[in-house]
Design a protein around this ligand. Structure first.
Ligand SMILES: [Zn+2]
Length: 420
């Protein structure tokens, strides 16, 4: 049987296992919850280990709980090709963000084990804790696996729901004696990640698969506050007010204008204030609002657009503070630089899609584990599979046929890289 036929068969089995993991770790209405180093993520880890074993592929954990399955290549001195994604989900998320990439990578490795003939070894990896809500930072598993952070750096971070430190949650899973795997630019020639698309573009264009050209960078303030002064809504003339809602609204609308302007030369630019609220314990219809808590998030694939956003933010904070007599406490800033994904790997994804009769749409994407590989100097690629309803919500959708097709495109690209 050809590699592609074998992969098609195994991907259909992988789909069934993925649906089972979805049933075990959530409900359709409330969504899927697989906490980093928590119960749902561990259920997924055990299920994928059993599934891989049934296909002859042994998964081995590393010190950080990431699971690795290796298909040896004909040339043991050649660098490996890696593929994978993450097992966790956001609280109340969908089943496919992360897990689809894990299943497709395991299907790829299992098919290579049967019908491969690959020169380089292929390493499939199921990673931990990519989503930031659990410990307030993203990419926990890949970050430590690639040496960007150590367990000493992250071990003390409390999980938002249990309050217990990361180290305690990890220790419960007994990976203390597992090895730190040598994953670096010295040992890995390329990393491919399949991921559900988190926007609507593939559905809108009626295309099943895409390939990312860039990962957006961003400038983010998750816990900002604007402090004004509470007052009587009827008694206080405008000139005496220090209205926190109007102050933050001005900031929001100014940034919408910045976004409209930026979009003309940078369609990847995005601006969001996902959190924006007065305090229910002190607010009232008849009070001038004295405090607003909000988040601020600008993303782009262009470094200069992020720098312009930072500069505009600091100008606006000054001028709004002066004119409106309010005070901003922006809290910690988290930022990341944009990553340009590897052109040779993009070409391999496109060639693989073409070989089975599809054009992969080129588009920008958001942060994924692939960004950690890229930052470690390993060529990285993200391919995207159509999804109508966005991600990080229970309505995430993926058709089985699209998943199988995506796995075939991923597998084809991995084989091209592993033979080169
Ligand atoms: Zn994801």
């Amino acid at each position: 049987m050809s590699f592609d036929r074998t992969l098609e068969d195994i991907a259909a089995q992988a789909w069934a296992v993925m649906e089972e993991i979805g049933r075990l770790t959530g409900t359709k209405e409330e969504g899927i919850t697989r906490p980093c180093y928590g119960e749902g993520e561990q259920i997924a880890a055990e299920k994928v280990t059993d599934f891989a074993r049934s296909l002859g592929l042994e998964l081995e954990p590393d010190r950080f709980g990431n699971l690795h399955g290796v298909v040896p290549g004909a040339d043991p001195s050649a660098k490996a090709i890696m593929t994978g994604s993450h097992l966790d989900s956001v609280p109340g998320g969908g089943n496919y963000d992360g897990l689809a990439g894990v299943m497709a990578s395991l299907a790829t490795a299992a098919a290579a084990l049967r019908d491969g003939g690959n020169r380089r070894s292929i390493r499939a990896v199921a990673m931990r804790g990519e989503e930031s809500p659990w410990f307030g930072t993203a990419y926990v598993g890949s970050r430590m696996m690639l040496g960007h952070s150590t367990l000493a750096d992250l071990g003390g971070l409390p999980r938002f729901d249990t309050g217990r430190p990361l180290q305690e949650h990890l220790d419960e899973l007994s990976y203390a004696s597992a090895p730190v795997m040598p994953i670096s630019r010295e040992t890995v020639a390329g990393f491919f990640e399949l991921h559900i698309e988190q926007g609507p573009l593939l559905t809108a264009k009626n295309l099943p698969v895409g390939v990312a050209t860039d990962i957006r960078g961003n400038t983010r303030y998750p816990e900002a506050r604007c402090l004004g002064e509470y007052g009587h809504s009827a008694a206080l003339p405008r000139a005496y007010r220090h209205d926190a809602v109007l102050a933050v609204a001005e900031l929001a609308l100014e940034f919408e204008r910045f976004w409209e302007e930026a979009e003309r030369h940078d369609p990847s630019c995005v601006f969001t204030m996902g959190k924006f609220g007065t305090d229910p314990s002190t607010h009232a219809m008849t009070k001038v609002p004295g405090e607003v808590r909000f988040s601020f998030n600008v993303g782009s694939i262009r470094e200069e657009v992020i720098a312009q956003a930072d500069a505009l933010l600091s100008r606006l904070l000054d001028s709004i503070t002066q004119r409106r007599g309010v005070r901003f406490e922006m809290g910690p800033r988290f930022g990341s630089l944009p990553s340009r994904l590897d052109p040779a790997l993009i070409a391999m994804v496109e060639e693989s899609a073409k070989a089975i009769g599809h054009d992969a749409l080129r588009l920008a994407t958001v942060g994924h584990d692939a960004a950690m590989f890229h930052q470690a100097g390993i060529p990285a690629s993200v391919m995207l599979v159509r999804n109508a309803n966005g991600s990080h919500n229970p309505r995430e959708s993926m058709a089985e046929a699209d998943f199988v097709l995506g796995a075939r495109v991923l597998g084809g690209a991995v084989m091209l890289a592993a033979s080169g």
